[in-house]
Each structure stands twice: as C-alpha cells, then as structure tokens.
Design a protein around this ligand. Sequence first.
Ligand code: AVI
Length: 322
Amino acid sequence: MTSSLPRLPEAASTPIGSEVWRGLTSFPKSLSPWLFYDEEGSRLFEAITELPEYYPTRTERGIFARYADEMIAACGMQDLTLVELGAGTATKTGLLLEAAVRRQGSLVYHPIDVSESALGEATRRIEAEIPGVSVCPRVADYTQGLGSLDASSGQLLILYIGSSIGNFEPQEAVRLLRGVRRQIAPGDRLLLGVDMVKDRGTLCRAYDDAAGVTAAFNMNVLTRINCELGASFRTKLFRHRARWNEQYSRMEMHLESLLAQTVAIPALDLEIRFARGESIHTENSYKFTDASVTALLEQGGFHVSRSWTDEAGWFGVYMATA
Ligand code: AVI
C-alpha cells in the first residue's frame, strides 16, 4: 500500500530547519538560543561581553583575578587536569590555568566547543602565553557528552563558567549536570559560574543596552533564518524586547512583530502569520540565588564545597564535588 502522507521538505530535517519549524508553528512562538551563534552572532556576543551594561563577564573575570589561586588550592590535589565546557576563545580561563601552573608546574587543558575557529584561537594564545599548559582541544557539542577524557592518576576539574547554564531550562540544566556527573569519578570537581538575582534595572539594562548591540544579536536570528532557509523576515518590522520575569527568576528576550504580517519560509514550505504585538521568545537567561544554585547542583549529583562572589554579590562561582 502506498502512503498518502505529504512529504516534509528536506530542510525540515536539518537542525536549523527542524528547530524553526517547531518553534514558529508553536504557540506562543519560540526559537532556541543556540540559533544565535552563527559567525555574526558569535561576533555580536563577543561585543556584548565588552559593553558597560553587560556586567557578567567582567564581574566573573574579577572573581577569577582575585581568587583563582584559592580555587585551584580548594581542589586539594597537585595533579589536576582541566576540562572546559563551551570554552569558546577561553579568554577568562587563562587566570585559572596560570594559577594551576603556579601550583603544579604543568597542566593538561581540554577545551570543548562546537567552534573549531574559536578553539584554534584559544589553543594558539594559551600555548604562546602560558608555558606549562598542553592544550588538547575537542570540537564537540558538550551537551552530547564529554568524550573520553583521561585524568591519568590525577583529578578532573570541569569548568562550566560564564553562566551558560542559565540559558537552559531548569530540567535541562539538571540533565546536563547529571550527564557530566556520570562521566567523571567520585572526588572530581566542577567549577560553575552563575549570574545571581539582582535589581530589575541592572538586569534589564544588561539585556537592552544603549548602543543596541543586544538588539542586533537578537535580531540576527531572523537574518540567519533568511540566509539559511530563504525566509523573508524584514528586521525593521520587529523590535527587540528584554524583560525580567520575576516568577521564573529569568531574563527573557523576545522579538516583537510591529504589525500584522505574514513571513514566507520557502525551504520549509511555510507561511508564518504574526499578529501585531505577537512575539517570538528567543532566550531565557536564568538568574540564581545561593539556595537555587545549591539545589540545582544537588539535583545534578554534586555537593557544593566552596563558593566565591564579587563585593556586590552579582555573580557566583561555585565549586562542587562529584
Ligand atoms: C551566553 N549567555 C550566558 C548569555 C546570557 O547572558 O544569557 C547570552 C546573552 N544573551 C543576551 N546577552 C547575552
């Protein structure tokens, strides 16, 4: 018997095609934040980290500058191997690598990231600037596992910094931590960087900066869908929105349609209708309290052993033991 089911367009089975299909045919409309990070989106994110309003990057760097030696000593071993999830160009990691070299003389560092070019840049810079570090980069999506890692006789310290965990839904964050926990040995450590709850004004300015870089970062998702799926989004007909959702303790980013419009996505054979004021929810960035990070780590199979913060308590770095 032959089936009469309509065939899905080929593009619907690619990662971007299936995500755009899922997200824009749902109600309310949403898109997963991994879509931000094409070449232009990664460049815009780097620019965000330098903005005066975007405090997380410089605050976390300040914590490492002050406490990196203490963090490495808190692991209590002389034979650490460092693994970094979503390392990117690893600009903040140097402070921890230098501290580890000071303590144990040399070190193996495994940065894991989907971007080969970012890892190449990290490897060249670290090998040139921090003698004693052997860099073993791995091009991979860390949410799919860590791959085989050999700590030889020593201990692993997994770095997951930059509050990237905040971009996952709470159940996904727990699943991710459990996945990491399963692949490491009892006594290995995790160093987790998280952005803390603070006043609404500071949070909203960090996600809606005066220069419009975050708006461009958000809007770039539509340009990416135009380029990769032949869609007809006109970015002038949408606006960037950032809002604090107190109930869920998260910053949200949305793209709001300024008028009623229909957008064609030829590669998916779709026409998407927008009402005036309707939005696409593009990102959640969860903010934590000491109690909520501790609970998350416990659910993920870790016990908090130490934590560090800045003077204002805006960002937290948690060391947890497997
Ligand atoms: C990558 N991630 C931790 C950033 C954040 O703050 O949630 C992404 C970002 N979105 C807007 N600005 C920065």
